[in-house]
Ligand binder design. Structure first.
Ligand SMILES: *Cc1c(COP(=O)(O)O)cnc(C)c1O
Length: 391
């Protein structure tokens, strides 16, 4: 059989994706304060960034990063277990554990790496993982890597979760339930308190990925475990420092024993270099800002609510508002239309979202103005919704 060259193989795959409007391209864009972005010299207001509190542009946060870089350098030299654990890591982990009301915390190089390290450390062949079908890609990648049996339950369907537990729990040694706290592409919340009860009654462990929860939902912006009157009993609270925290890195807040096990065994922590000191310092300053400004933490959801109300949509649970258009091409066209009008709203296509659910994903930040939100809503109402109806 004739064999493709490497480039023929790559080009054929790209052509097939292009034909389905699924090819992706990186577009040069520079980000500035107040959700501003510049593309091809044009000034745009970004409604697709996860920097919900605009802290990546905050003066105090930037100064903390610069000062730590001046003092300690740009890189951390090696894995934290090899070159030594920088005191900034201890400070960062202490703050996160305290805010999340957990005994301890471990910080990773990114949220993706956190999930790729945590799940295989806890689970293995003979164990059972139950995951919401809309869980973030890295929860599912970590699950596959673990070798455990994986069962997927329908999105936020607690009856389906209970049915899968009834069918499969007994055959497994350990059982882990995985969900996003706030779903990244839909913006809705998982019923975390109910899931904690279900987990407890089936001798299962619950892990939430709160990438989009920290800083913007729950009591004082503490995240999805804090959306009820009392804190939900979630033994594994994972999240990222790269969204509302405005920096970079992932974390797990859990008991001391679990964190010690992660530090001892999680491959993405052990075999990967620690975060740069400037990044750790930025995250510390951002967390201090959040704790001092709980009212500011409420603003992104308030801005999202102004948008959904202007469109007659249900109130949002988070700063994320999806507008499902279905077709990938229609979604790209809608995104291009908004860009012409000065708004950056990237189209989200499969496989990031299920086939047939391509969408615009609007995200709101503390610094968006009411005037921009109103204008964006009228563009959507007048220019995009009629096209969707015509499809
Ligand atoms: C963004 C995201 C991640 C990955 O975090 P990074 O720090 O960007 O690697 C993990 N889970 C969810 C739900 C996310 O939205």
């Amino acid at each position: 059989m004739a064999k493709d060259t490497l480039d023929q193989f790559a080009k054929a795959k790209l052509d097939a994706l292009e034909a389905q409007a699924l090819r992706r391209r990186l577009v040069e864009t520079d980000r500035r304060e107040g959700a501003l972005a510049f593309r091809d010299g044009r000034r745009l207001i970004s409604f697709c960034c996860n920097d919900y509190l605009n802290l990546s542009q905050n003066e105090e946060v930037k100064r903390a990063a610069i000062e730590a870089t001046e003092k300690y350098g740009t890189g951390s030299g090696a894995s934290r277990l090899v070159s030594g654990n920088h005191p900034l890591f201890r400070e960062l982990e202490r703050r996160l554990a305290d805010w999340k009301q957990a005994e301890d915390c471990v910080v990773f190089g990114s949220g993706y790496m956190a999930n790729m390290g945590i799940v295989p450390t806890l689970m293995r062949e003979g164990d059972l993982i139950l995951a919401d079908e809309l869980s973030h890609a890295c929860l599912l990648s970590g699950s596959k890597l673990s070798g455990a049996r994986i069962e997927i339950f329908r999105h936020n369907d607690m009856d389906h979760l209970r049915a899968l537990l009834a069918a499969h729990r007994n055959a497994a040694q350990h059982c882990l339930i995985l969900t996003d706290g706030i779903f990244s592409m839909d913006g809705d919340a998982a019923p975390v308190a109910e899931m904690a009860d279900i987990a407890a009654s089936h001798d299962a462990w619950l892990m939430t990925d709160d990438a989009h929860g920290i800083g913007v939902v729950g009591h004082e912006g503490r995240g999805s475990s804090f959306m009820g009157k009392t804190k939900a009993d979630v033994p594994l609270q994972m999240g990222t420092l790269s969204k509302a925290v405005g920096a970079y890195g992932g974390y797990l807040c859990a008991s001391r024993a679990v964190c010690d096990l992660i530090r001892t065994r999680a491959r993405t922590l052990i075999y990967s270099t620690g975060l740069p000191p400037g990044t750790a310092a930025a995250a510390i300053a951002a967390l201090d800002f959040m704790r001092a400004n709980p009212d500011y933490c409420r603003r992104p959801v308030e801005k999202a609510r102004a948008f959904t109300r202007a469109l007659g949509l249900p109130d949002p649970a988070s700063p994320i508002v999806p507008l499902i258009l279905g077709d990938a091409e229609l979604t790209l066209a809608a995104s291009a239309l908004l860009e012409k009008e000065g708004y950056l709203v990237t189209g989200i296509r499969p496989p990031t979202v299920p086939a047939g659910t391509a969408r615009l994903r609007f995200t709101f930040t503390a610094e968006h103005t009411d005037a921009d939100i109103a204008r964006l809503a009228s563009l959507v109402r007048e220019r995009i919704l009629p096209r969707r109806a015509a499809e």
